[in-house]
Ligand binder design. Structure first.
Ligand SMILES: [Zn+2]
Length: 291
């Protein structure tokens, strides 16, 4: 697996991380924090951030395409057949571990993530809202049946016994945060419908054109409302889903601190921005805050 090179538009990290973080430590010290994370926290775990500045543009499949055409669904599942394995093999990095330690120390009201990779959960975080869903579950759009991705994988492997072998020659597969892998020929891939009702199966992931389920939006809002400050870590806030929580905290007069390599869409709402990678910044920050 290849790790994405630093995005062209990213700002250089300061040489003295501790000094760069000091104002943020002062801002957040003694306050219970809500934390919002995005793709930037998982890049050091080998999961590329397709929204970072300089990243190659891509056109993710929309919900409408997925539900309206079996051709699109074959394409999606054929790529996901490879992509989800990469997510399953990825390991949490020091940034994920630092946030889990902060929760154990009682410093957080909870964690809101835009990532579907489950690396916060694997690092030991407990109160996590997965705003955009999680890769390890599959839902039936008709009857609501929930399957594990592993269970569904057994079905897809049985239907496509030679699919994985035929890919072993493909070097340097590209993996996206939503478990897509760039792959051209997917027309032969056989997909499976719901074993209970024959309905369309879809990963439990919010696609472009989908709405985030209301209960999830509200649970994330409560994490922000219960906190005395908001820490954004590794998100450029490019999608509205994340930015709305920054607006919510700012509107309520709560301090907002951002740790991200590049600029973000929430910069003008933040009290402080620190342009340091999360793997470097969060362990230092956690220690300074008493975790
Ligand atoms: Zn069903």
């Amino acid at each position: 697996m290849t790790i994405a090179p630093p995005a062209e538009g990213a700002l250089p990290d300061p040489e003295d991380v501790q000094a760069a973080l000091q104002p943020l430590v002062e801002l957040l010290s003694g306050r219970r924090l809500a934390v919002l994370t995005g793709a930037g926290i998982s890049t050091d775990s080998g999961i590329p951030d397709y929204r970072s500045p300089g990243a190659r543009p891509r056109r993710p499949m929309t919900h409408q395409q997925f539900v309206s055409s079996e051709r699109f669904r074959r394409h999606y599942w054929a790529r996901n057949h490879i992509g989800w394995r990469h997510l399953q093999q990825a390991e949490p990095n020091p940034g994920h571990h630092a946030l889990a330690a902060m929760e154990r120390a009682g410093l957080l009201t909870g964690l809101i993530t835009q990532n579907i990779d489950l690396l916060h959960v694997r690092a030991g975080s407990r109160h996590v809202v997965h705003l955009h869903g999680r890769y390890d579950r599959v839902l039936c759009l008709a009857c609501g049946l929930v399957l594990s991705r592993e269970e569904h994988d057994a079905t897809l492997v049985a239907l496509n016994p030679h699919w994985l072998d035929s890919l072993s020659a493909v070097a340097d597969l590209e993996v996206a945060p939503d478990a897509d892998v760039v792959l051209d020929s997917t027309a032969e891939f056989r997909i499976a419908d719901c074993p209970r009702c024959g309905g369309i199966l879809k990963p439990d992931v919010v696609f472009f054109g989908d709405n985030t389920p209301r209960d999830r939006v509200e649970e994330a809002g409560a994490i922000v409302d219960e906190a005395e400050a908001l820490l954004v870590a590794g998100s450029s806030l490019a999608v509205m889903g994340g930015l709305r929580y920054v607006r919510r905290a700012a509107k309520a007069g709560r301090p907002v601190g951002i740790v991200n390599r590049g600029t973000t869409r929430g910069d003008d709402l933040a009290h402080l921005r620190v342009h340091v990678g999360t793997s470097e910044a969060l362990p230092t920050l956690a220690r300074a805050l008493g975790a």
